[in-house]
Write a protein that binds this ligand. Sequence first.
Ligand code: NAP
Length: 329
Amino acid sequence: MSKTLNWGIIGPGKIARKFAQALQRVPGCGLVAVGSRDLEKANQFAKEFGAKKSYGTYEALAADKEVDIVYVATPHTFHYAHSMLCLENGKSVLCEKPLSVDRKSALELTQAATAKGLFLMEAMWTRFLPLTQKIDELLAANTIGKPTYLRADFGFPAPFNPESRLYNLGLGGGAMLDIGVYPLFLALHVMGIPGGVISHSHLSETGSDIATSAILHYEDGKIADIHCSLNAQTPLTAEIAGPDGLIVIERPWYKANSLAIKRRDDSIVTIDVSYGDNGFEYQIQEAFQCIESGRKESLLLPHHFSILMAGIAEEITNRAGIKYVVQSL
Ligand SMILES: NC(=O)c1ccc[n+]([C@@H]2O[C@H](COP(=O)([O-])OP(=O)(O)OC[C@H]3O[C@@H](n4cnc5c(N)ncnc54)[C@H](OP(=O)(O)O)[C@@H]3O)[C@@H](O)[C@H]2O)c1
């Protein structure tokens, strides 16, 4: 593909702003259209980021023939409907995390994309940062031996507001789907598919999880210990331990600029994994390169990985009795 990859955005909220800033810096990509439920808001966003078209409905954006790929940045419970809308209109999709609120709907999205020959990827941006590439290199080089223990957390205090995206089950509220997916991503990326998952959640007044801890256990003796919360400022750190040492990722680990290798002899080597912009450009580049080379899914974050993440998050939230209200168009 030699022409510019034309992006549209659905749901121009907080994270879409960060995405649009990054998009301006990725060669070969351009924002052409913005879709909001509010035309005036779409106009403003389009003007700010140089998109030539704006729409007051998501359906109108999805129908725009000039748009090649849509970044879906709406709340979790809309991801399925909005991603499916785009796929049905022949658009590739980069959908914010989590791809959907359960395994079945995540699977359906990947099946729809495959059937239509379109690219689909979950915007788990940590996967594409230099940080994750370095972790992979260190593990491949056997730097700490085979990792047998991983711990990662993501928590911050979010004032209780039953209407907000973080607490309202109609918007996919709760710690697990919003931030727990980051430590879950790291655990699955490093350790692989677990033999089983033990978990416990504390629920807020809306029935969303305000804090969740989970242990992923593996038949070969590995353990991953993950935590997310909306009622504590947690360390925001991660450690990966093996028989020969420890990889320590300092706060905030999910977008870290450095990591350290701590060996059993107490020596410490710090490694720079810094990046220039806001970090979203890596996932945009990955989508661009996949589409340019005709790939329908990323080799770095394949469909089966997103389905696995959705399935384990579903197991954890089901166990806690959480019932999301999935939204349609
Ligand atoms: N990758 C990251 O670092 C990161 C960080 C934060 C959030 N996220 C993800 O990004 C998504 C959006 O989060 P956000 O923080 O950007 O949320 P936000 O600021 O509330 O924006 C969400 C947008 O979705 C649209 N929307 C459609 N139906 C809605 C409804 N019923 N209620 C509220 N908004 C609705 C709204 O756009 P219009 O009204 O203009 O149509 C709104 O601006 C979530 O899936 C979240 O997990 C990712």
